[in-house]
Ligand binder design. Structure first.
Ligand code: UDP
Length: 419
């Protein structure tokens, strides 16, 4: 990814001063300037007038939501495509404090090999998907239900991802859409993952081709990074230090009443030599194109569920409606082929029984900490969507400051189910 130009985002010299010129005391020290860390800093300031030192080892704020305008004038996301959607009114109201939002319903297509040629189909699978892939010729919900009914594998309580997908879709769809995509994404077969992972993608009997069905679906008009800027910049209660690795500087940090840790929970305890939790990372291969018509592919996100290629999807950000004015008129575009890998920045916790059991051990240790709060996708080892991460941080904040207890279990409302 070409990071030589990172336009559109605020940067201040003092962010990069390390621990120089800091007061000796803060109320909160917050590790990680992503969703959870920024919610804590913002809420602590606005609701309780508390002072936070917010640190991050990266050179920018916003965590994995970070986006910027590249040298071709296209807003891209450094850590992969992010689409905001929620059913939580509290989250929708909260984020509207920090950005204007453009209504946007995400539609994903799959590019799937049938014989020798690729066919483009809606994902999640619906009527059109099976008509195109298998010549099913269904034209209403009843016919779709019949088609599925004759193929679904009867499994009442799916115990893993494979059973979850087979019970909803049957062998053919499972093979075409879920099986190999999952293997590429997780380097695990669906049966090695919790049922909840594949249950994120429904199998529809209707013709709804939206990826999400939540009532609130939108893109921030000026990108995701702007939200974080509006949450934490120009607030005298919030001091930011970037390129600041907690594990290197923890002994030199100023005093505080509470440490809020939003990194991977196992890295907090790495000195104890326990087994590490598994995380999945992503690599992006960037390509520049000047295609006729200005677009490389027909949509923002084109999945490749087959085993014939190693990448999982191609994302072309130019399709997003929150691009800077005029970017759609230019002939150039950039695309990102997304590969999943073990090594690198942790993106996804890997939900399965083995990791959950290990996480429980870390969680027990965390519960015994004094004045440390573990918050977020990496610290609570949960496959949160963005809205769930906002809700989780808001709820942990409420709980933490409702009494003097030092660690609370994660609350996620009802947001952790299938989309
Ligand atoms: N998935 C799949 N085929 C697809 C899209 C998704 O098998 O075309 C499965 C896969 O196991 C994936 C999971 O559904 O990891 C969740 O997909 P989602 O798009 O929610 O993943 P994310 O956006 O978090 O990368």
């Amino acid at each position: 990814m070409d990071l030589s130009v990172q336009l559109g985002n605020q940067r201040y010299q003092e962010w990069y001063l390390g621990l120089n010129n800091l007061p000796g005391n803060f109320d909160l020290i917050i590790v990680g300037a992503g969703i959870s860390g920024c919610v804590f800093a913002e809420q602590a300031s606005k609701r309780l007038n508390l002072k936070s030192l917010l640190i991050d080892k990266r050179e920018h704020i916003g965590g994995n939501c970070y986006d910027f305008i590249n040298k071709h004038g296209i807003r891209i996301s450094q850590y992969g495509v992010h689409l905001f959607h929620t059913k939580f009114t509290r989250v929708w109201k909260y984020i509207n404090n920090f950005s204007e939002w453009i209504p946007y319903e995400h539609r994903v297509k799959g590019n799937i090999l049938v014989g020798q040629s690729y066919r483009i189909v809606p994902i999640p699978p619906s009527q059109k998907t099976i008509n195109i892939l298998f010549g099913a010729n269904v034209s209403d919900e009843k016919e779709m239900e019949q088609w599925l009914c004759s193929r679904r594998v009867p499994i009442e309580n799916p115990r893993n991802g494979e059973e979850s997908a087979l019970a909803r879709s049957g062998e053919e769809l499972y093979d075409a859409v879920f099986k190999h995509y999952t293997k590429k994404q997780w380097d695990k077969w669906p049966k090695e993952l919790d049922a909840s992972v594949l249950a994120r993608i429904p199998v529809r009997t209707n013709t709804d081709d939206r990826y999400f069905t939540d009532p609130f679906q939108a893109l921030p008009k000026h990108g995701y990074t702007k939200i974080f800027e509006n949450m934490i910049l120009n607030d005298p209660n919030i001091t930011i230090r970037l390129c600041a690795d907690f594990f290197r500087i923890r002994d030199e940090l100023p005093n505080s009443k509470l440490l809020v840790f939003t990194g991977p929970i196992d890295s907090y305890y790495s000195s104890l030599g326990l087994p590490k939790l598994e995380y999945r990372s992503l690599k992006f291969e960037e390509e520049y194109h000047e295609p006729e018509g200005g677009f490389y592919q027909s949509c923002l996100q084109l999945n490749y569920p087959g085993k014939e290629v190693d990448f999982t999807r191609i994302v072309e950000y130019k399709h997003k409606p929150n691009q800077p004015k005029d970017s759609k008129l230019q002939k150039s575009t950039v695309i990102f082929k997304e590969y999943s890998c073990d090594e690198g920045e942790p993106y996804y916790p890997v939900p399965n029984p083995k990791n959950r059991e290990l996480y429980e051990k870390y969680k027990e240790m965390a519960a015994r900490e004094d004045r440390v709060c573990f918050v977020g996708r990496l610290a609570s080892y949960k496959y949160f969507n963005m809205d769930q991460a906002f809700l989780n941080a808001l709820e942990i904040f409420d709980e933490y400051f409702s009494d003097s207890s030092s660690f609370r279990t994660t609350l996620i409302g009802e947001g952790d189910g299938p989309k």
